[in-house]
Design a protein around this ligand. Sequence first.
Ligand SMILES: [Zn+2]
Length: 444
Amino acid sequence: MSGAVGRFDRLYRRILALATRTVVEPVLGAGYLSLADERERWWEQNPAERDQWRAEALDSILRYAVATVPFHRSRTPRLADFPLVDKQSFIAEPAAHLSDEHRKLPAVEKHTGGSTGDPWNYPLDRRAWAESYATQIYRFRQHGVDYGDRRVLLGFPASLGLQGMGWSKRLRLLAERTDVSLSGLRVDPAASLRRAEQAVDRRARMWYGYASTIATMASAVLDAGRTLPGPELIVTMAEPLWPSWRSDIVDAFGSEVVEEYGCNDGGIMSHRCHAGNFHLADHQSLVEVVDGADAPCPPGVDGAIVITNFHARHMPFIRYRVGDIGALGPQRCPCGNPGRTLARVTGRSGDLVRLPDGTELVPATFFNPFNLAVGVRRWQLVQPDPGSLLVRIEPRNGWGEHDRSLIVDWIREQTGHQLAVGITDSEPFELTGGGKHKVIVRHF
Ligand SMILES: [Zn+2]
């Protein structure tokens, strides 16, 4: 592996940390690095103290919303009395969701929805942004990568790359030694192999990017009969990291691989542990999972992920459907790390298979055979019409009749034999406008 920490790196990190705390944080009005230390220590409290802290944080944001946000005015400050909201609620009446004090509360401009064709620009409280970034900083640190260690970003769409970036973010990325020169949409195997070689040449300690981009780089390396010395840590984001992607990345680069699940609105910044659960930042938000009738789902049952952000006051996010489907995990994870968890996040909530009898099936329904099939590198389910389902797969070594019947039999059974199931290994995959891999595509 490359990227050993030399004397220069350690010195640079110290200077950057000092400059960040004394100059950057006061200028930005967001003490993310100081907060990273504070939040790492937050976990040293016992569980009862942490729960008490959360109860007070929740009470505080609910009372604040009732007092200052037109949309919430005159509610009682109890969570159950707040309706569930989503992106459309904010788009429909943006002013009603802003705090009366929003002009006094600094915010960063966020963009989302490029991938769903439903763009939305909104202000995220700087304090809430800092909370999310601080969480990321201390989580990376727990994996051995410190603030100021060299990183390479991979797979961000151009709209989130340098072109669309303000000067302060560019300067921050430069100072943090974050290299965005290899970002961009996923392309063909030859370009992916080249990108992998270039990323290795950067001698970074960490790569951070889209799961599909890094998986494609890995498969291009393996298909060329090679392996490359990757960074110490690879963190994937934005898309589920399928088991076959993970094993390709480990085989190709020999790095530690961590899957991140975060939300644009700053409500969730979580990393997946070796026991398979996403560890939430309990100081950041309250996370609920609800069913179609907005009732809570028990752990392990898929539903809509809903967040209440403890820190966003400029425009509070209270009982906000983030648009993803997932399931709560155990309160006490077998890995031994503290805090609440999500067992899985299985995709955008729009992505459901619909049966002729009206039943809708979430992506997790279909995971099992793809976790077992050795010959599948990636897959996608397409429902072109109400009566049929097509499985697109990208094969790799081992693909054959055994995998084929494993997949088709499972899907026939799960769909109650209501759909004609076909399978193909020769159709291109459909991506979202933002270049993300889609698990389910429904054409009606
Ligand atoms: Zn765990």
